[in-house]
Design a protein around this ligand. Structure first.
Ligand code: ADP
Ligand code: ASP
Ligand code: MG
Length: 438
């Protein structure tokens, strides 16, 4: 019986004609690779532009009444070069004409951003000889822009049962009015996972430019060790904390359908990559599985004598944040102190008003704000069974002169999170990595 694999190709896998060829070879080398999800063309070299970024820039120009035609020409040229270099027979001109008209008529940002994926899918479907299936009306969002999970699954199942082989654009779907809605950046990973669930795939392959998930970001740590197997749970912590390989929301659909995710390298297709499965790797003797983090958080630290005995103080803090539509990452607390950690993106100009409300409602003895904090999570299922893990981590940071601003140990006992200054982010990650790899 024929198996079924979903293969999602990221921006670098469809960046130029050479990458297109590799992608085609990969798909056609395994007849089970029946459903292909594609991103918009990414960077061809360091410093190059991603098509999605150019499209967002087009929209920004239109909003400011600036000429955008030259920018859109960059997009056209990219796709035309695929068509010409690879001799693909597809009518791109009429696609460009439709998009140009919509741009001219003032269509929304999500539509414009989505055209990168759409055009990739049009051209790759023709190149592979697969059906083109657009995700409008299939990947469905509600009025607030949230994904309608079950409706999406149903619509995808119904449509894909009619196609033995298909190429689909990642990153977007539509709402009830038929308007395009996108996921957050990197969201083609989510599309792939939803499709894998809908067709009950044997595996969800995520083809990118690294040979799998590594213990730390390879742009920070030189040659980090590759993870051959990791559990959904551990990966979710790492992705959420900033390991950008896979979008954090791409894990859930595969997880509930118990479909393994396999991260693979389009440039080294013979390598097995990383398998993400329900169970952690039993043969892994390492104490930690990985390290990930992100910069640009604010920590608000309150001090008040015997704060912890005051009833409802956490509720008051959460109410204030809710008033400003701000969610917080962590609230580590002690007897006389509580810290609130919020991403700077969330705060966006609201900090002064929030501080004022906190002062009024909680009457702290003092309040300190530090807005240059980075969070780093050290994750591993095996951590809870070992003693001395935190001691080892803190010693490593101290020895490297990293100043720890906050500590939070998740209740899952699967991770330890430290807050350090932005400028010490990279050195802290390197220190932790070294300490646990010795
Ligand atoms: P794609 O365009 O294929 O979706 P992304 O750029 O989204 O690819 O993700 C792959 C990149 O993630 C890698 O090139 C690497 O720089 C980065 N990355 C960050 N953390 C890690 C990690 N722990 N392991 C591997 N790659 C990582
Ligand atoms: N092209 C989109 C982005 O750049 C989505 C994706 O690549 O997954 O964010
Ligand atoms: Mg990505």
């Amino acid at each position: 019986m024929m198996g079924v694999k979903v293969a999602k190709f990221g921006g670098s896998s469809v960046a130029d004609a050479i990458q297109f060829k590799k992608t085609k070879e990969i798909v056609l080398s395994d007849k089970d690779r029946r459903y292909v999800v594609v991103s918009a063309p990414g960077k061809r070299f360091e410093g190059d532009t991603k098509i999605t970024d150019v499209l967002y820039l087009c929209k920004a120009h239109i909003e400011h009444n600036l000429p955008y035609e030259q920018l859109f020409q960059v997009v056209i040229d990219r796709y035309m070069s695929f068509k010409i270099n690879l001799g693909i027979e597809v009518d791109l001109q009429s696609e460009f004409d439709i998009i140009k008209k919509n741009l001219h008529d003032g269509i929304g940002e999500a539509y414009i951003a989505s055209r990168g994926e759409y055009l990739s899918a049009v051209i790759i479907a023709a190149y592979l000889g697969y059906d083109l299936v657009d995700t409008v009306g299939l990947i469905r969002f509600d009025k607030s822009g949230a994904l309608m999970f079950e409706e999406t699954d149903k619509a995808l199942k119904e449509e894909l049962s009619k196609h033995e082989r298909a190429v689909m654009p990642g990153f977007y779907g539509s709402n009830d009015k038929g308007e395009i809605v996108t996921f957050s950046r990197g969201g083609s990973d989510v599309t792939g996972s939803l499709i894998a669930r809908a067709v009950n795939a044997d595996v969800y392959e995520n083809w990118t430019d690294v040979s799998g998930f590594m213990m730390a970001d390879p742009r920070i740590v030189d040659n980090p060790e590759q993870i051959s197997q990791i559990s959904y749970k551990e990966l979710r912590e790492l992705s959420y904390m900033g390991a950008s390989v896979l979008h954090e929301d791409a894990i859930y659909p595969a997880k509930i359908a118990n479909i393994p995710i396999n991260i693979r390298n389009t440039n080294e297709p013979y390598e097995e990559g990383t398998y993400i499965t329900a169970e952690p790797d039993k043969n892994n003797t390492k104490i930690i599985t990985g390290i990930a983090g992100n910069k640009d958080f604010t920590v608000i630290a309150l001090y008040k004598n015997l704060l912890a005995t005051e009833k409802g103080y956490i509720r008051k803090i959460l109410n204030i944040l809710e008033d400003y539509d701000v969610s917080c990452e962590h609230i580590p607390s002690g007897i006389d102190t509580v810290s609130i950690v919020i991403s700077n993106e969330q705060l966006d100009g609201k900090i002064d008003r929030i501080i004022k409300d906190i002062k009024n409602q909680l009457e702290p003895d003092s309040i300190e704000v530090f807005d240059q904090m980075a969070l780093i999570a050290t994750v591993g299922c095996g951590m809870s069974q070992r003693t001395g893990v935190s001691a080892k981590l803190f010693t490593a940071l101290a020895e490297n002169d990293v100043n720890i601003r906050m500590i939070d140990q998740g209740s899952s006992e699967m991770n330890i999170i430290v807050g350090v200054e932005n400028k010490q982010f990279e050195s802290a990650i390197r220190a932790i990595y070294q300490a646990f790899m010795e």
